[in-house]
Structures are given as structure tokens and as C-alpha cells.
Design a protein around this ligand. Sequence first.
Ligand SMILES: Cc1cc2nc3c(=O)[nH]c(=O)nc-3n(C[C@H](O)[C@H](O)[C@H](O)COP(=O)(O)OP(=O)(O)OC[C@H]3O[C@@H](n4cnc5c(N)ncnc54)[C@H](O)[C@@H]3O)c2cc1C
Length: 279
Amino acid sequence: MANTPDLLYDAVVIGGGPAGLQATLTLARVHRRVLMLDSGSYRNDPARHMHNVVTHDGTPPADFRAAAQKELAAYDTATIRADAATAVAVYGDGFRVEIGAEDVTTRGVVLATGVRDTLPDRPGLAELFGDVVAHCPFCHGHEFAGKPVAVVGSAAHLVGIMTPVASSVTMVDEESVARFERTDDGVRIVLADGTTTEYGGAFVATQLQQSAPFAEQLGLTLLPSGCVEIDVMGRTSLPGVHAAGDMAHLAALPMPMASVLTAAASGQIAASALVAHLL
Ligand SMILES: Cc1cc2nc3c(=O)[nH]c(=O)nc-3n(C[C@H](O)[C@H](O)[C@H](O)COP(=O)(O)OP(=O)(O)OC[C@H]3O[C@@H](n4cnc5c(N)ncnc54)[C@H](O)[C@@H]3O)c2cc1C
């Protein structure tokens, strides 16, 4: 690290969701000069409340982030900016992070940019997703308790998970669905043949895409899921670049264990491993 003495930060954390917030807190706790960049677009934006988060079951995600930012404000070496990073590149012994026309330099990077969900292309679905249509029974399942539930598509395991919760669980072939409509207390699924059925809630599977191009820019090893491969300490294939949250996972898993708490936990691990890298 001595060869590039002008590096401004010890760490730049890109992402201000649970993974990035916790990574920043971990770095700030040991007084590393850390910059967190947050472009303000979060995976759980469609949901009004988050669940299955101990001590925060039912908290609006924005309240959770505001509380975390308030805690971070107490640490002098942590800087938070509501700006998007536009590029990341190797720079001497560290990295250069572009924020539009501006460059900052850093000894290490934590990528915590998350993923985006692409929904099945059906009218009405986007408006209902995160409310009466969900993808994860742990996040949004108890809310459908005692009501009839539809599982749309091939996610057959959801039938078993939801059976003790719902009054009934019906598999619906995604190809046969024409559109989704809101009802007073749930969702109406209209099939291509005109048949309609009302449910208290429905589940769909989503496709995940990386939210940001930095893994590609840095040539990081990717997994078949499209996520960045990390080891148990959150290290990517490029020393000094760590990753956390939904955008990265161990090769042993088929996909990220996507939740607020696992994202925060992985942010803590990635940041503490980055502290070790900086020593
Ligand atoms: C509808 C829905 C409901 C959910 N409900 C729950 C729930 O109830 N409980 C639960 O545990 N989980 C829930 N989840 C899952 C949970 O939202 C994610 O697992 C979690 O948000 C992942 O955190 P993250 O920090 O990896 O990513 P995110 O929270 O998505 O944060 C990504 C961050 O990266 C930033 N970013 C991206 N690109 C850039 C860039 N170029 N420059 C700067 N910043 C950038 C974004 O602005 C954001 O700050 C839900 C998911 C969905 C889709």
C-alpha cells in the first residue's frame, strides 16, 4: 500500500442498503476513513414494511435505513453521500471510484449494490408486487394467514411452506395468466381463457440482475446465478474488493440468501475482512 500514498479513503462502500450500512458501521467502529455511496434505489422499495427482521418485524425499510444513517453520523471517519458511483478501476495499490465527473481513491472497496427483480411480464403485476403479490414467504407470508393463496409458476416448494399459513394453496400455470387485478382484500388472477379467481395473496418468481456494472468493470468472478463469487470472508476474486448482500454469495449456494439480516451480516463480515486486508 505504501506505493500509492495519496489514497483518500481506506474503504469506499458502494451501496446503502442493509449490507452497505453495516459494512460502513463496521469500518467506522475501528476509525477507518470510509465513504459510503448510496444512489437511493433499494430492492425492497416496493414493500411498505419489512418482516422476519428481529427487533424490526414490521418496520418500514426507510425507517431502518434512517436509523442506521443516524447511528453512522456519530462516527467522525465515516462519510455518507447520496450519490451514485459510475465506475470503479484499479489505481496503483488501491482503487479509483468515479462519482460522475469526480474521482475518489481508496485502499479497498466493499461492493453492496444489490440486485434488481424482473417480474413476469403480466399487466397489473408490478403495481401489486410487494403488497398482495410477493416472492418470499418469510418476508410476506404471514400477512396472507387464513386466506387462499396462489403460487404462480414453478416455485412448487412454496406450496409446502405456505400450507400451514394459508386456508388453501393453489398452483397456477404462469403461461395461462393474462393479468393480475387488485381486489378489496387481495388479488384477482385472470386467465387467458377468461376464468377469474380471487386470492388473499399470490407468489411469483422473479429473475435477478446485478444493479451495478462494477463486477464486470473489475473482471470479478461471477457465479451461474449472475452474482459475484465470494469466499466465507466476503472476498471477491480481486484482492481489496469485497462484496456483500444480495449481489454476492458463496459458490456452494445456488443463489443469495436474500434478506435484510443476511445482507447486514455479510456486510459485517466483508468489512471486517477488509480491515484485515488493510493491515
Ligand atoms: C418486494 C420485496 C420485499 C422484501 N421484503 C423483505 C422482508 O420483509 N424482509 C427481509 O429480510 N428481506 C426482504 N426483502 C429482501 C431484501 O430487500 C434484500 O435481501 C436486501 O435489501 C438486500 O440488501 P442489499 O444491501 O444487498 O441491497 P439493497 O437493499 O438493494 O441496497 C442496494 C444499495 O446499493 C445502491 N447502489 C446500487 N448501485 C449503486 C451505484 N452505482 N452507486 C451507489 N449506490 C448504488 C442502492 O442505491 C442501494 O443503496 C424483500 C425484497 C423484495 C424484492
